[in-house]
Design a protein around this ligand. Structure first.
Ligand code: NAD
Length: 468
């Protein structure tokens, strides 16, 4: 028997979580399904022919507006997948206290089949279709990057929307993940990956969870395997190697994997992968042609950061990692999740762990609505005040303050510092709430279900208070 689909898995987890809550009859049914799904087929002509593209935008819960969620460009995506992703967005936003509902979009396309110019035309046309039906707007529905899209596509979307709504002073807030020079925010590109690392770091601050996972100590020396070296995976690798003592011992990509017990030189691999778009030919490591098999190698933490459905009942029995940190959406099927839980693997669930992207998207949206860069008004003020404090302390002690401490005190926060601080705070707060909920009752089998109960309670409260 094959594993449940992505959407079936999300819905099963929903049912398991709802069963532990006391909600009024019928409310759960409202909260489970997407409230609407827009499907569009549109033609774009190039190279002397017309090609018809199919896209979707699903809106899950509208208990808060706008609804929020990425747009992915991927071959063979479908409506069910988009609905599952939209549902995850509703829960994710609630878990990290981002006041948005959930949405998701997809275009059935392999971006590698098209030139940049063609992709721009396709993206602009898709944006027009979404706008005509109200599926993009700063107040109703705000997309962001996901698989196969980046700040480049978000800039095209923002520009197209602004052209269509020239009198909307907030038009640029119709999408997040834009380049900083086009109304984006510092730290958005790295946000999902950095949030994943902050989430893992918080896990290591909870000895009870670390012990349950069968690990000891902190992140120092922990061996990590990452699947996917796209936006999320590469930023996880970078932040892990720059800011923690963890060692990346394996990287899995679409054309194989590289492994090295002593650790992969991440900055050097960054350059290699950016140039070659391949793991092949990177010196000083072992190349493994069957990349997928590397998911089963010995390691402390396995970080699937590629796409859904990568850990199934077919490979779960051979997974040796103690912790699976789900950077991708839905990388573990429902059935594999159950198997792994029963066999002691500790899973940091996607619905919490990869929410860093939407947290910083929220900051970007606020920045766009307020039309001012974060920190602009107080940075110099803080620097002057910090300098005065250092002077005062030095005068009282009659000796210079330690240099490192003095320069920290004299530093005013840049936008990037504030974004990272807000991201860390969101990830830490959310983990602590999930941890407390999980350990508070025997009824919750894992962090995923605990996280869902927190999300569903908040969404339910919101519907009940405003009146459906
Ligand atoms: P991306 O397109 O930038 O990168 C995906 C990478 O995975 C690519 O390098 C691709 O070659 C690789 N890949 C694809 N299939 C693979 C396979 N079977 N084995 C190994 N490698 C494979 O996408 P992304 O934005 O990094 O998103 C990755 C995942 O994270 C998705 O599940 C996405 O929904 C989720 N996510 C992304 C964001 C974001 O801000 N971009 C936010 C939250 C969640």
């Amino acid at each position: 028997m094959s594993d449940l689909s992505f959407l079936e898995g999300v819905n099963q987890t929903f049912d398991r979580a709802v069963a532990t809550l006391d909600l009024p009859d019928g409310l759960a049914a409202k909260m489970k399904q997407c409230s609407s799904v827009f499907m569009v087929r549109f033609p774009v002509g190039f190279r002397g022919v017309y090609k018809v593209f199919t896209g979707w935008r699903a809106v899950h819960s509208e208990h808060r507006l706008p609804v929020k969620g990425g747009i992915r460009y991927a071959p063979h995506c479908n409506q069910e997948e988009v609905e599952a992703l939209a549902a995850l967005m509703s829960y994710k936003c609630a878990i990290v206290d981002v006041p948005f509902g959930g949405s998701k979009g997809a275009l059935d396309i392999d971006p590698r089949d098209h030139t940049e110019e063609e992709l721009e035309r396709i993206t602009r046309r898709f944006t027009v279709e979404l706008s005509k039906k109200g599926y993009i707007s700063p107040s109703l529905n705000v997309p962001a990057p996901d698989m196969g899209t980046s700040s480049r596509e978000m800039a095209w979307i923002a520009d197209t929307y602004r052209d269509m709504h020239p009198h909307d002073i907030n038009a640029v807030a119709c999408v997040t993940g834009k380049p900083v020079t086009q109304g984006g925010i510092a730290g958005r590109t790295e946000a999902t990956g950095r949030g994943v690392v902050y989430g893992i770091r918080e896990f290591f601050r909870h000895p009870r969870d670390v012990e349950k996972a069968g690990l000891k100590g902190g992140m120092d020396g922990k061996k990590v395997i990452i699947q996917g070296f796209g936006n999320v995976g590469r930023n996880v690798a970078r932040v892990l190697s720059e800011e923690t003592g963890a060692i990346v011992t394996g990287i899995v990509e679409f054309d194989g994997a590289i492994v090295s017990d002593g650790g992969i030189d991440i900055p050097a691999f960054f350059d290699h992968f950016s140039e070659k778009h391949s793991v092949k030919g990177f010196p000083g490591v072992t190349y493994v042609e069957d990349g997928q098999s590397v998911l089963e190698h010995e390691c402390d933490i396995l970080i699937p950061a590629a796409r859904e459905g990568q850990i199934t009942t077919a490979n779960a029995p051979r997974i040796k990692a103690r912790v699976i940190a789900e950077a991708a959406n839905g990388p573990t099927t429902y059935d594999a999740d159950q198997y792994l839980r029963e066999h002691g693997t500790f899973i940091l669930p996607d619905v919490f762990l990869n929410s860093g992207g939407v947290v910083v998207s929220y900051f970007e949206w606020i920045k766009n609505l307020s039309h001012i860069r974060f920190g602009r008004m107080q940075r110099r003020f803080d620097e002057v005040r910090g300098a005065h404090m250092v002077e005062l302390v030095e005068a009282m002690l009659e000796k210079p303050a330690p240099k490192a401490l003095a320069s920290q005190l004299k530093k005013g926060a840049l936008e990037l510092d504030l974004v990272r601080s807000g991201l860390d705070d969101s990830m830490r707060g959310a983990y602590q709430a999930i941890h407390e909920r999980f350990w508070s009752t025997e009824a919750l089998p894992d962090l995923r279900t605990a996280a869902y109960t927190i999300a569903l309670e908040k969404i339910a409260r919101s519907y009940q208070e405003m009146g459906i």
